[in-house]
Design a protein around this ligand. Structure first.
Ligand SMILES: [Zn+2]
Length: 462
């Protein structure tokens, strides 16, 4: 088993006190110990000098749509519903090659922003376009990041009162069969797992009540987690009231979709009662501030949710509604949104770090394994060079990480003790080729969409 010693580093473990100058001792894929002062003498250990660096847990991304890397920059000035109606037509043309290129670039970009674990919510499966779910899993495996893909779905097209065109929805029975197969094929429940599958019908306005109920039963029978979009916009609330006579959280309660095995994306428009319900049931949420800002959806009540004991993690959301958004940058965006709404004590730098790490781990049900730096947990660690020339005037390294609009250099990113990033470069894959493949996926998707008569509106406003 290999040994790594990270030395001379400021450690912000998230759980427990910070260590201004300490060491982290890694054995195999786990943290064996951490503490103040120099590392112990261990024969044949690989030593990493952390002088001028801040060590944090690897960041955890709890909401994404990797395929959307291929549809960035479109419908730039649209509401969520307008944006979706335009993009469904483009997404209907995607194939496995598009997903492979988009997922590789999206995951690589996340790793470069300190992310060691990411979920993904893939819910568009046009017929006869190859195995899209396998394509993104292959991209994550190649990069070496911990991956939690959620098998998404839509079964309520326009003809059934839903928002998406019928061409992008599937039948309920085929969804359940494909979702069960995805779990059986890929889900690894082990402690060190790099691949866990969740069940994730898309949203209240694109999915039938029957699918929500059946999906929850399926997930619980297989011991996997549930995820969907909820309370993202007021349009959604109006849709729910008109269709089922309930606000979104009340609708979820009726469907059996609250509990410690559920996390929702967004949860922007919550009442006081909704927040208490989340806290009491252990229901989590993924805060995606850049996407909410980009689509004008609103500002989630994160500081109130934390105060009342609800689980909150971070998400970058799909790149089509949060172009080139980094996960490290979402800590800052979350902090600024909360302070703009509630004042300067609403969210601290350390609270922002905590939701980006342990909060995310709790959303994914992995708080025993990741999300903090503690002996026995997996060695998922980001080393930020917060003492570099420009940042050296900020003496608090956590402030330097969260407050700045430019991420400090990422000296090292370890996933289970394996180096994925070193000195701001991906080490497991060819970074430039990965980025270019993302651009090729974009051009391929627009070409395929054009062939089926859907033309992307590159409206940019003035
Ligand atoms: Zn989303």
């Amino acid at each position: 088993m290999s040994t790594i010693l990270v030395e001379n580093v400021h450690i912000a473990p998230v759980v427990g006190p910070e260590i201004p100058s300490g060491h982290i001792h890694i054995e195999g894929d786990r943290i064996a110990a951490l503490g103040a002062g120099p590392a112990p003498a261990v024969p044949d250990a690989v030593r990493i000098d952390g002088t001028g660096c801040l060590a944090t847990p690897g960041l955890v991304n709890t909401h994404h749509h990797l395929y959307q890397w291929a549809s960035q920059g479109l419908a730039q000035n649209a509401t969520l519903f307008e944006w979706l109606v335009e993009l469904y037509e483009i997404w209907a043309a995607m194939d496995a090659e598009v997903v492979r290129g988009a997922a590789g670039a999206g995951l690589g970009y996340l790793a470069l922003s300190g992310c060691t674990t990411s979920s993904d919510h893939h819910y568009v499966f046009p017929k006869g376009r190859g195995d899209l779910f396998a394509a993104e899993i292959e991209a994550a495996r190649e990069l070496g990041i911990r991956f939690h893909p959620a098998r998404g779905s839509m079964d309520r097209g326009k003809s059934q009162g839903g928002l998406p065109p019928d061409v992008v929805v599937e039948e309920l029975d085929e969804i359940l069969a494909a979702t069960a197969e995805a779990v059986d094929t890929y889900h690894d429940p082990s402690f060190s797992s790099k691949l866990r599958v969740a069940v994730a019908p898309c949203s209240p306005f694109s999915v039938s009540a029957d699918l929500m109920i059946e999906a929850a039963a399926l997930a619980r029978s297989k011991g996997v987690r549930l995820h969907t979009h909820l309370a993202e916009t007021l349009d959604e609330e109006e849709h729910c009231l008109a269709q089922v006579g309930l606000r979104p959280v009340d609708y979820m309660e009726r469907l059996g979709w609250l509990g410690p095995d559920v996390w929702f994306a967004h949860a922007v428009h919550l009442s006081d009662t909704d927040i208490d319900t989340f806290a009491q049931t252990g229901t989590g949420s993924a805060h995606c501030p850049s996407s909410n800002g980009r689509l004008g959806a609103g500002i989630a009540r994160v500081s109130e949710m934390l105060r009342r004991g609800a689980v909150v993690g971070l998400g970058v959301d799909g790149s089509a509604s949060a172009e080139l958004t980094s996960l490290s940058g979402e800590m800052r965006q979350a902090l600024l949104f909360q302070r703009a709404r509630y004042g300067p004590t609403a969210l601290t730098a350390r609270q922002a770090l905590e939701i980006a790490t342990l909060g995310g781990a709790r959303n994914l049900g992995r708080q025993e394994e990741i999300g903090s730096l503690e002996a026995g947990k997996l060695a998922d660690i980001a080393l930020w060079r917060t003492g570099g020339a420009f940042a050296s005037a900020v003496t608090d390294p956590v402030c330097a990480l969260v407050f700045g609009s430019r991420q400090p250099p990422l000296a090292r990113l370890l996933v289970g003790g394996e180096t994925v990033v070193e000195d701001d470069e991906l080490r497991t894959v060819a970074q430039d080729a990965l980025g270019r493949a993302g651009g090729e996926a974009h051009r391929r998707l627009l070409r395929l969409a054009g062939e089926r008569g859907s033309v992307a509106r590159r409206e940019v406003g003035r």
